[in-house]
Design a protein around this ligand. Structure first.
Ligand SMILES: NC(=O)c1ccc[n+]([C@@H]2O[C@H](COP(=O)([O-])OP(=O)(O)OC[C@H]3O[C@@H](n4cnc5c(N)ncnc54)[C@H](OP(=O)(O)O)[C@@H]3O)[C@@H](O)[C@H]2O)c1
Length: 315
């Protein structure tokens, strides 16, 4: 099958509407509940490169010493290099030992990433999880945002994004006018709509919109009985109950919960690309199958009646 290719806001970068999210590749059992060995991770990336997915999301900080980036780098070498039509985006992270997230650290983080990935440049570089430092510190002259702007001005990267969780804080970053792309996660899913106004505002302003973690980190793919964690933390029982009711509704229509969760994001007009985390080669075809599965209108209507109330959404 082919995926839709869409403009990423006004960046001039075109992306497939499914993006391969690589954090599960880093074997972060604390977040996902299982380990992923190196060969499985590399084979997953190779399967992605052989698929219609032409967009990869990673980060300096996924796993100890950049495990995800290092594994992607090995896969790219095995593949014979990054195909010209694949957009590879990464993110800058604080120094894992000192916690430094200064402008100087941004440059060092990018160079570590390029080294691990084995590429000369990336077109898109995000500020990763800015909730880890105060906004004022991030926006200071010697802070990470000024450094990202400099990298863009100098042509080291083409575009810069802000990628994080809390919607109100991301709104402040967007209002600064510095960013070309916004990524938020777990906040536009079957279970949570808290990012919708921010995404819509980004879209209106020509900022690219990336919706990450359509499965809430796994619960909406594996089901709440198999994946008890939600959005990298413990779940509220009412959220798990809603996921369970959604799984039952899907089953009555013969639709896997994961297919509905993925398509919920894919069919949203203001989302340019949906960043899906996978760590097994067979998931690539499965994801594409889920993206194209016919889902009856009655199921969408039923799922809407099961959305948890807004007080259960993430901040
Ligand atoms: N701040 C940020 O920048 C930020 C934050 C969050 C996420 N992201 C990006 O967005 C990506 C997506 O987020 P995420 O990976 O945390 O969460 P997610 O996409 O909501 O869920 C990933 C989980 O779903 C499972 N899964 C996927 N397809 C499945 C299927 N067909 N059947 C069963 N299980 C399936 C994966 O399992 P397997 O491992 O078994 O394949 C994995 O455990 C990340 O990988 C990352 O690239 C960025």
């Amino acid at each position: 099958m082919t995926l839709r290719t869409r403009p990423l806001g006004s960046t001039g970068i075109d992306v497939t509407d499914v993006c391969f999210g690589s954090s599960p590749l880093a074997s972060m059992a604390r977040l996902y509940g299982y380990d992923v060995d190196e060969r499985r991770a590399i084979d997953t990336v190779l399967a992605v490169l052989d698929s219609p997915i032409r967009f990869i999301d990673t980060s300096n900080g996924y796993g100890e010493n950049g495990t995800a980036e290092r594994r992607i780098g090995i896969a790219l070498r095995e593949y014979g290099g990054l195909p010209d039509d694949v957009v590879l985006a990464t993110k800058v992270d604080p120094d894992p030992v000192t916690g430094d997230f200064s402008g100087a650290r941004v440059t060092a983080s990018l160079h570590e990433s390029l080294d691990r990935l084995g590429v000369e440049r990336v077109p898109l570089l995000h500020l990763h999880d800015p909730e880890r430092i105060p906004f004022e510190q991030a926006m200071a002259d010697d802070g990470p945002v000024a450094a990202l702007i400099r990298l863009r001005d100098e042509g080291v990267v083409d575009k810069i994004g802000v990628a994080g969780g809390p919607v109100a804080l991301l709104g402040r970053y967007l209002a600064s006018g510095a960013f070309d792309v916004l990524l938020s996660h777990n906040r536009h899913t079957l279970l949570d709509r808290s990012a919708d106004p921010l995404f819509e505002s980004a879209r209106r302003n020509g900022v690219g919109v990336l919706n990450a973690a359509p499965f809430g980190g796994g619960m909406l793919a594996k089901g709440p009985a198999v994946q008890p964690g939600y959005a990298y933390g413990t779940r509220d029982d009412r959220v798990a109950a809603a996921a369970s009711a959604m799984q039952d509704a899907c089953a009555r229509h013969g639709v896997p919960l994961a297919a509905a969760a993925l398509q919920f994001s894919l069919r949203t007009e203001f989302v340019d690309s949906t960043v899906v985390g996978i760590s097994a080669p067979e998931r690539v075809t499965q994801t594409l199958d889920y993206a194209s599965l016919e889902i009856p209108a009655e199921l969408w209507d039923e799922l809407e009646t099961l959305v948890p109330s807004a007080d259960l959404w993430l901040d």
